[in-house]
Design a protein around this ligand. Structure first.
Ligand SMILES: [Zn+2]
Length: 122
């Protein structure tokens, strides 16, 4: 019989994952909004241009940072969905490489971890 997390533990992790998911969705919304704002400013609104003339460079930087943020957050979102599916199938917390149970300590920090610490290190 393979070691698995108890139902109550899975519920606990599911709650954490759902919360995290919501946070990320909000983060993506925010970052998307930021890109829209900087694009409007860049497209030649003169008053905005005057205000921001000094930090044109940083606006571009900000926009690039937001895009980077979005792709990173989308990746995390994907991992969270993956973890939620694993909860549904009763395979949550099992390392996808070696099949051992992932340390609970680790899952508390990264609830969507797919591998145990040993397999991540390799
Ligand atoms: Zn492993």
């Amino acid at each position: 019989m393979m070691k698995k997390f108890k139902k109550s533990e899975l519920k606990e992790f599911e709650k954490i994952l759902l919360k995290e998911r919501e946070k990320i969705l909000k983060g993506i919304d925010y970052a998307t909004g930021q890109i829209a704002i900087t694009q409007t400013e860049a497209s030649g609104d003169l008053s905005a241009y005057a205000n921001h003339m000094a930090d044109q460079g940083s606006e571009t930087e900000k926009r690039e940072l937001s895009s980077l943020n979005i792709s990173r957050q989308r990746e995390t979102l994907f991992s969270i969905d993956h973890a939620l599916r694993k909860i549904a199938h009763g395979r949550y917390g099992i390392c996808e490489k070696c099949g051992k149970l992932i340390e609970k300590k680790r899952l508390k920090i990264v609830p969507y971890a797919r591998f145990c610490i040993k397999c991540t290190d390799k």
